[in-house]
Ligand binder design. Structure first.
Ligand code: FE2
Length: 182
């Protein structure tokens, strides 16, 4: 198990993966990683009942985001555009609810068939990985507050979100906080 001591070390390790981040190498970089809370603290912000997205680093190849999940906060059901996504849990517990999506008309049409499949609970140091449009899930805190570190390669500017009935819409990505120097 790898342990990195500062958030800057993780950014350097990700930059060393090159211009096109291979998911297997991102997974190897994130798995088991625990960041010294003193270096992560500056990126953590909290909002009642929801999660906040706090940019840590971004370039053409990837973005690294610290997500702070308030108690019972959860994401919309979403895909991952054309990117690969991996995250590692830093504190708390996170539930991932997975969905199978089928498009009776055409991929990207306004309505799809959505079916819940598996659910998994992550503990500290564990990772979850997703790729692209067919990888659909909902993520949420399940035991008080949680902090996760997400790598999107390439950065995601918008993804598809799904209502339970299969209605879809495009949701632009946004950050709650951005560092002075990215
Ligand atoms: Fe996701």
């Amino acid at each position: 198990m790898t342990t990195l001591h500062g958030i800057d070390d993780l950014v350097v390790a990700l930059r060393e993966l090159g211009d096109v981040l291979q998911p297997v190498r991102v997974a190897a970089t994130l798995r088991g990683v625990r960041i010294d809370a003193r270096t992560l603290e500056q990126f953590l912000t909290w909002a009642p009942g929801r999660y906040t997205r706090n940019l840590v680093a971004r370039d053409g190849a990837f973005e690294l985001i610290a997500i702070c999940w308030d108690q019972d906060a959860r994401s919309a059901i979403h895909d991952h555009a054309d990117s690969d996504c991996a995250f590692v849990l830093q504190s708390g517990a996170i539930t991932c609810e997975n969905y199978r999506v089928a498009w009776p008309d055409a991929p990207g049409s306004p309505r799809c068939e959505l079916r819940a499949t598996t659910t998994r609970t992550l503990r500290e140091g564990e990772i979850d990985m997703r790729s692209g449009h067919l990888s659909v899930h909902r993520v949420g805190a399940c035991d008080g507050r949680a902090v996760t570190l997400h790598v999107y390669a390439k950065p995601i500017d918008a993804c598809t979100v799904f209502d339970e009935d299969g209605t879809t819409r495009i949701m632009p990505s946004r950050y709650d906080t951005v560092p002075a120097v990215v």
